[in-house]
Design a protein around this ligand. Structure first.
Ligand SMILES: *[C@@H]1O[C@H](CO)[C@@H](O)[C@H](O)[C@H]1NC(C)=O
Ligand SMILES: *[C@@H]1O[C@H](CO)[C@@H](O)[C@H](O)[C@H]1NC(C)=O
Ligand SMILES: *[C@@H]1O[C@H](CO)[C@@H](O)[C@H](O)[C@H]1NC(C)=O
Ligand SMILES: *[C@@H]1O[C@H](CO)[C@@H](O)[C@H](O)[C@H]1NC(C)=O
Ligand SMILES: *[C@@H]1O[C@H](CO)[C@@H](O)[C@H](O)[C@H]1NC(C)=O
Ligand SMILES: *[C@@H]1O[C@H](CO)[C@@H](O)[C@H](O)[C@H]1NC(C)=O
Length: 534
């Protein structure tokens, strides 16, 4: 069994005055019962990959996550946070480097600076230029937990006579820097279904045009870069599609791309689509929009058709389906009150666990230094110190929920008949191992005492005790600091290492009551992880 801190040294903080005592109502406002199957029931997910929780980083921010001191040395703060996720699941998150900025990148052999950018809207540069030093520094193995694997996104948007030459240069440099052991795949292009609306292709551009250009580029990369380096064509080195929409543009789906022949060369190992449920529409709120299990189910269920399509024929059934760039909100600036708070961490947990249930193969949760939904800010920005942000706690909780088992891990949601409660059972080698409960009732400390629900857990008398860990923050749903999970925090002041916070309850052992029931409370805007291993 894993604890969040077995692998890393842990600080005990002397100062706890910053953390207010928990305000939990004495009388729970609501009681619900849970009698999960002790053995994996019908309808449980497929086995979940240990690196299901992976990350994506916008290419223009990758250096910040990898290095500090203007690229001069490994970013140990980032590495410790990544290692913390790896400790939970036994495998480090895979890293996909890409995005719109990757599609706008030029590789310049004579550039001395690692990276130069020309600023653009929404935190995304209009032009990125990379020199050889960027590759050398950013892919230094010392930057990442051992075993970290990479997917690298190359440009497809350009259609001038030097475009392919540029993409081949990037492919060669990336492959050389990443190396055979750590290389997963190339992507080519980013969100090609949005090219027409961005005015970067003629308005007549269709999925057929995309397929034609993608095949020209992928064949050339295979022939001129991959094969000479010993990466044989039949082993598949490409992650395809990377469309922005989960089928909201009917002409651009997994089915239309494959029907247009995108995999006629047999190069595609995985299909990636991107998903962000919303943008900055005036009706967006934390409670209704993000702390909302029904909305998460509706959003993610759009992948069912894509997964079914891939499963429906022999030529596609071994292709993995991935959400290769995803997070809460595609507007990544000035939305931190919805994207970077405890309520967003609860969204992250539910989104990840439901995605695992739907048999998505991996989710790359998108990151950028200044993005409102970033799990951490890896380097100082102006006078703002690096910091761990609330969504990190969502990643860590979800990682602990999925765990580090080496047999099959499977998950199934359990409907407890309360719209604000999202509940999952997690099975290891078919036996119940954990329960995860997210309480989406939106609450702030300014609202008065924290309401709570009482869970009555019935395990048929098979266990004498269970262990619980709570994700909470005294200030409630809108808290962007003071978060703890099982009494542990991650902070820049401890270099991103876990630290036990005194005066906050840590892992708790709950004994069975006389009537054979375990009783635990879970407050509004909190998540609880229950371990039932014997
Ligand atoms: C980006 O900048 C580089 C270097 O100045 C230049 O060669 C390239 O044409 C620019 N690309 C775009 C798309 O503006
Ligand atoms: C790109 O073009 C330059 C100039 O013609 C050439 O020297 C270089 O080898 C080309 N690079 C690739 C990867 O084909
Ligand atoms: C690509 O460039 C060619 C030649 O400049 C042009 O005829 C064609 O329309 C362009 N295609 C797209 C899809 O941009
Ligand atoms: C996705 O979630 C958002 C936010 O709750 C909601 O407005 C939107 O309708 C959802 N989209 C789908 C297709 O379910
Ligand atoms: C955690 O880090 C923040 C800065 O990101 C700092 O203000 C705060 O004091 C730290 N908390 C503790 C308990 O060290
Ligand atoms: C919680 O507090 C935030 C920030 O003060 C506020 O925007 C939000 O409306 C509050 N929500 C509730 C349910 O009180």
């Amino acid at each position: 069994m894993s604890s969040p801190c077995t692998m890393q040294p842990m600080y005990t903080l002397a100062i706890s005055a910053l953390i207010l005592p928990l305000l939990t109502a004495a009388n729970p406002s609501n009681v619900f019962t849970l009698s999960p199957n002790l053995d994996a029931p019908l309808g449980v997910s497929n086995a979940i990959a240990n690196d299901f929780i992976s990350i994506s980083i916008a290419i223009h921010w990758f250096q910040d996550y990898a290095r500090e001191g203007q690229g001069s040395q490994p970013n140990e703060f980032s590495r410790n946070l990544l290692q913390s996720l790896a400790d939970s699941t036994s495998l480090p998150p895979r890293i996909r480097i890409g995005g719109t900025s990757a599609d706008r990148t030029t590789y310049i052999p004579t550039q001395q600076d690692p990276i130069l950018t020309v600023a653009g809207d929404n935190g995304i540069p209009v032009n990125v230029t990379l020199g050889p030093l960027w590759f050398q520094q950013c892919f230094d193995p010392a930057n990442f937990p051992d075993g970290t694997r990479f997917t690298f996104d190359l440009p497809l948007v350009r259609n001038d006579s030097l475009a392919l030459n540029n993409t081949l240069t990037g492919a060669g440099w990336a492959l050389n820097a990443i190396g055979k052991e750590r290389f997963d795949a190339f992507e080519i292009g980013n969100e090609e279904d949005l090219y027409t609306s961005q005015g970067v292709v003629p308005s007549s551009w269709t999925v057929k045009d995309y397929v034609e250009r993608w095949r020209t580029f992928s064949r050339s990369i295979q022939e001129k870069v991959l094969s000479p380096a010993g990466f044989e064509a039949d082993k598949k080195w490409f992650q395809g599609l990377v469309f922005a929409g989960l089928g909201n543009i009917p002409a651009w789906t997994t089915a239309t791309a494959f029907n247009a022949g995108v995999d006629e060369d047999g190069f595609i190992k995985s299909v990636s689509l991107h998903n962000y449920p919303v943008g900055s529409a005036p009706w967006v709120t934390l409670g209704r929009t993000f702390m909302n299990h029904a909305a998460i189910v509706a959003n993610l269920s759009q992948v069912i058709d894509d997964i079914a399509f891939l499963g429906s024929s022999q030529s596609t059934q071994n292709i993995d389906f991935i959400l290769g760039e995803t997070n809460s909100d595609f507007v990544n600036l000035n939305m931190a009150q919805f994207e970077g708070v405890l309520g967003s961490a609860l969204w992250t947990i539910d989104y990840i666990l439901y995605g695992a249930y739907l048999n998505i193969k991996r989710m790359n949760i998108h990151q950028g230094t200044t993005f409102g939904y970033a799990a951490w800010q890896p380097v100082a920005v102006n006078d703002k110190q690096p910091q761990v942000r609330a969504p990190f706690y969502g990643l860590k909780f979800a990682a602990e929920a999925l765990g580090r088992h080496h047999g099959s891990t499977q998950i199934i949601p359990i409907d407890v008949g309360e719209a604000h409660l999202s509940t999952y059972a997690i099975y290891e080698s078919k036996e119940l191992a954990r329960l995860a409960i997210v309480n989406f009732q939106e609450w702030n400390a300014t609202d008065g005492p924290r309401p709570s629900d009482e869970l009555r857990l019935d395990l048929g008398g098979t266990r004498r005790a269970v262990r619980t860990r709570l994700l909470t923050a005294p200030a409630g749903a809108s808290a962007d600091s003071g978060l703890t999970f099982g009494g542990i925090m991650w902070n820049f002041t401890t270099g991103g290492l876990p630290a036990r916070v005194p005066d906050i309850e840590g892992e708790r052992t709950v004994k069975i009551d006389r009537d054979g029931i375990f009783r635990v409370n879970i407050g509004a805007s909190e998540a609880l992880l229950i371990s039932v291993e014997e």
